[in-house]
Design a protein around this ligand. Structure first.
Ligand code: FEO
Length: 446
C-alpha cells in the first residue's frame, strides 16, 4: 500500500479474531495499522495487537533495512495498539518513546515500567523534528481513551488519526467504508461526540491530504466525505431520513404488528424503512441504525413487569451513547398489564431533544381491529400524513392507463370513497372511475 515516498505501511490483518474488544463481531476480520515515517530520523507510529508482534517487527525490518528506528510514537495505549511496546524496546533499546503523560502512566500500569529513560512527553501543539518531516501532536482525549494523541505530518500533509476514521474489517477484504465505520464509531466512540467535535475543530485548519487511522483503510481521496460523516455522527445529527423499527417478539404477535407497520409506512411514502429483530440481529448494527435515521419505533412486550431483556439492553446502548435529536414511537404488547411503553419512555427520559409520537400502539396479546387502527395512525403520523378521520393527506396515486388521479385527501365521494381514505384501504374491487382498471394499475404520484 503506497502512502508516500517516506511513509510506509507496517500494520497487520487479523482474521482469527472472534470478537473485537471482547464484544463486536468482525466477519471480515480486523486491521491493526502501524506506519513508519522514514527521514533523517525514523518514527514508528504505534504497534499492533499482541498476536502479531513478530509479524510487525518483521514489517519494520523490511521497510528499514539496516536502519534503526529513533522513535516509537504511542498515540493510544489500548492493547490492540500498544501490546508490543515491550518487544519493540527489547529489539530497539536506543529508541525513544513519544507519548502523552497519561500514556506513560498507562505503560506503568500495563508493563510495570513507564520507560523513564526513554520518555519524550508531548502535549497539544508540541512538535518533533525528523528531518524534512515535522510531526505536530494534537491531544484527542476520549477518542477513544484519555491518553490519545493524533499526529500531523506537515511535509506529506498526513493526519495520523488514532482510532478516529477507523472501521472494522481487515485491509485485504473489499467492503464499503461507511457501514462498518459507522458500526465501529457508534459502538466504540459514540458516547464521546463532544470530544470528537473538539478534535475536529482542532484539525479543521490543517491541510490534510491523507488520513492514516489505526484501523481500516488509509483515506486519501474525497476526505470531505469522511470528515462530514464524522461531523454528523459526533454531533448526533440525522444522517438519513428513514424509520428504523427495533423489536422483540416472544410468540410472533409483536413481530406481526411490526411487519404490518412497515408495510403501512411504505404505503404512506416513507423513504426508507428498516426492521431489526433485537434478539437476532447484531446489536451494534442496530445501534448504528438508530443513530443513522431520524425516526425510531421501539416495539416490545411487557416482561416481568418491565420490558423484554433485549429491548432493555438496546435502549441502554442508546442512552449511554447520548441518543438525541430523533422522533421515537412505541408499540407495546402485554397480555394482562402492559407497561412496556411507559418503561421505555422512562428509560429515554434523560435523552435530549426526543420528540414522541402522539400515537402509542397498545396490543393486548394479538393484533385486533383497534390495534390495527392504531398502527394506521402511527404510520400516518410518522409519514407526516394525517389519518382517515382527520384532515389532509398528501398522498396521490395515478392510474397508469388513463392518468386519472386518486387524491387521498379528497377521496372519491362520487364513487363512495370518503375523503382521507388511504389508497391501501380502498376496497379490493375499486376500479378507476375513468377507464375501469383495478388498483394494481395505479402508481404513487411523485
Ligand atoms: Fe483501536 Fe481504542 O483501540
Amino acid at each position: 500500500m503506497f502512502i508516500s515516498n517516506d511513509i510506509k505501511y507496517i500494520g497487520v490483518n487479523d482474521h482469527a479474531l472472534d470478537l473485537f474488544e471482547g464484544q463486536y463481531i468482525v466477519p471480515n476480520g480486523m486491521a491493526y495499522n502501524s506506519y513508519a515515517i522514514i527521514d533523517e530520523k525514523i518514527a514508528i507510529m504505534d504497534s499492533v495487537d499482541k498476536n502479531f508482534g513478530e509479524e510487525w517487527l518483521a514489517n519494520i525490518e523490511n521497510v528499514l533495512g539496516d536502519r534503526q528506528p529513533d522513535y516509537l510514537v504511542v498515540q493510544h495505549m489500548e492493547p490492540d495498539h500498544s501490546a508490543n511496546i515491550v518487544s519493540f524496546v527489547e529489539k530497539y533499546p536506543d529508541a525513544k518513546i513519544v507519548a502523552s503523560s497519561k500514556a506513560f502512566t498507562m505503560m506503568k500500569n500495563f508493563f510495570g515500567t513507564d520507560y523513564a529513560d526513554k520518555q519524550v512527553v508531548v502535549s497539544q501543539g508540541d512538535t518533533l523534528l525528523l528531518g524534512e518531516h515535522t510531526l505536530t501532536f494534537i491531544t484527542a482525549p476520549m477518542v477513544h481513551w484519555p491518553e490519545v494523541i493524533m499526529t500531523y505530518d506537515n511535509k506529506d500533509k498526513v493526519l495520523f488519526s488514532a482510532d478516529a476514521f477507523g472501521k472494522f474489517g481487515a485491509l485485504d477484504v473489499e467492503e464499503d467504508w461507511a457501514c462498518e465505520a459507522r458500526r465501529y464509531y457508534f459502538g466504540i466512540v459514540g458516547k464521546y461526540g463532544v470530544q470528537v467535535q473538539t478534535v475536529l475543530k482542532k484539525a479543521q485548519n490543517l491541510d490534510i491530504q491523507t488520513i492514516c487511522p489505526l484501523h481500516g483503510p488509509v483515506l486519501n481521496d474525497n476526505l470531505e466525505y469522511y470528515i462530514n460523516l464524522y461531523d454528523t455522527w459526533s454531533s448526533y445529527k440525522v444522517e438519513e431520513e428513514g424509520v428504523m423499527i427495533a423489536y422483540t417478539s416472544v410468540y410472533g404477535n409483536t413481530k406481526k404488528a411490526v411487519e404490518l407497520l412497515a408495510d403501512k409506512l411504505r404505503a404512506n411514502g416513507a423513504k426508507k424503512v428498516v426492521v431489526n429483530d433485537l434478539a437476532r440481529e447484531d446489536m451494534a448494527e442496530v445501534v448504528e441504525d438508530a443513530f443513522r435515521y431520524d425516526k425510531l419505533v421501539l416495539a416490545t412486550t411487557t416482561y416481568n413487569a418491565d420490558i423484554f431483556p433485549f429491548m432493555r439492553e438496546f435502549i441502554n446502548h442508546l442512552t449511554e451513547r447520548n441518543f438525541q435529536n430523533r422522533t421515537v414511537a412505541f408499540i407495546e404488547n402485554g397480555s394482562w398489564a402492559p407497561v412496556a411503553a411507559k418503561v421505555m419512555k422512562e428509560m429515554l427520559s434523560k435523552c435530549k431533544n426526543i420528540e414522541y409520537t402522539d400515537t402509542v400502539v397498545k396490543i393486548v396479546s394479538a393484533l385486533n381491529k383497534d390495534s390495527e387502527a392504531q398502527l394506521d395512525k402511527l404510520a400516518y403520523e410518522l409519514c407526516g400524513v394525517s389519518d382517515n378521520n382527520g384532515g389532509e393527506s398528501k398522498m396521490k396515486y395515478v392510474c397508469d392507463v388513463c392518468g386519472w388521479e386518486y387524491d387521498v385527501e379528497a377521496g372519491s365521494p362520487e364513487n363512495g370513497i370518503a375523503p382521507g381514505t388511504a389508497f391501501e384501504d380502498l376496497p379490493e374491487d375499486f376500479v378507476c372511475p375513468l377507464c375501469g382498471v383495478g388498483k394494481e394499475e395505479f402508481s404513487k404520484a411523485d
